[in-house]
Design a protein around this ligand. Structure first.
Ligand code: DC
Length: 225
């Protein structure tokens, strides 16, 4: 079974999807990390972001793998570096390119062919897995998302004013929503969860209940056929 969790940056998708995958014994797929890895690789190779052909060729010829919780780009560990601000600020140059999205979507579908997965991103329930058995759109208000991020960074010893975080977040939201392909939006059959005021654990519990209902429905349908 495929569980998709889409939503804007800072909604807690990764933590929640990871916890859900652990609980269900499913594979966890962080598709944002794939876009991040290709962006980092392009920066390292000094590919001009306006040179679409080179970008596409680089993405098609790169391999992205996971070893436990580490992400490998062409066999090199990029787990930390893909989270750097310079990568975050440049992702749109990669994520807006249709051919790169197709190449990464293809890899995502291949991963899901052989195993049960919880996958998180922006386009998983809409474009990549339109037939997924359980689709969640996880969101929270911009203020709450920025506040959570502020707290996370402060705990890491990097206190950044919440206004500054909110401004960058608004910019990313706009980019994610206006993307020509794979734009951030809920699938028609997704369950929308607003996580304001909810703990991660409470959201995971909510999703588990939705998952069990969807699974029952799928089993009943399979029985009827
Ligand atoms: O989830 P994240 O913040 O790590 O994702 C980084 C960026 O990658 C996000 O701003 C948009 C892009 N992305 C995408 O276009 N499609 C996905 N399925 C996942 C991420």
């Amino acid at each position: 079974m495929i569980v998709t969790i889409d939503g804007p940056a800072g909604a807690g998708k990764s933590t929640i999807a990871r916890q859900l995958a652990d609980t269900l014994g499913f594979h966890f797929l962080d598709t944002g990390a794939m876009y991040r890895a290709i962006t980092l690789g392009a920066i390292r190779k000094q590919i001009d972001f306006d040179d679409k052909e080179q970008l596409i060729s680089y993405a098609r010829n790169s391999t992205i793998d996971w070893h436990n919780d580490r992400i490998l780009l062409n066999d090199g560990d990029v787990t930390q570096e893909i989270r750097s601000p310079v990568v975050t600020d440049s992702i749109k140059y990669v994520a807006d390119v249709k051919e790169i999205r197709e190449a990464l979507s293809e890899q995502q579908r291949r991963i899901a062919q052989t195993q049960n997965i919880v996958t998180e991103g922006r386009d998983q329930g809409t474009d990549v897995f339109p037939n997924a058995g359980c689709k969640i759109f996880l969101t929270a208000s911009p203020a709450e998302r920025a506040q959570r991020r502020h707290q996370q960074l402060a705990e890491l010893g990097r206190p950044i004013p919440v206004e500054q975080i909110l401004e960058a977040q608004n910019r990313r939201d706009a980019e994610d929503r206006q993307r020509p392909q794979g734009a951030l939006r809920p699938a028609e059959d997704a369950v929308i969860i607003h996580s304001d005021g909810l703990t991660f654990e409470a959201v995971v519990q909510k999703i588990l209940i939705i998952f069990q209902e969807k699974k029952k429905k799928q089993q009943a349908q399979a029985y009827q056929q």
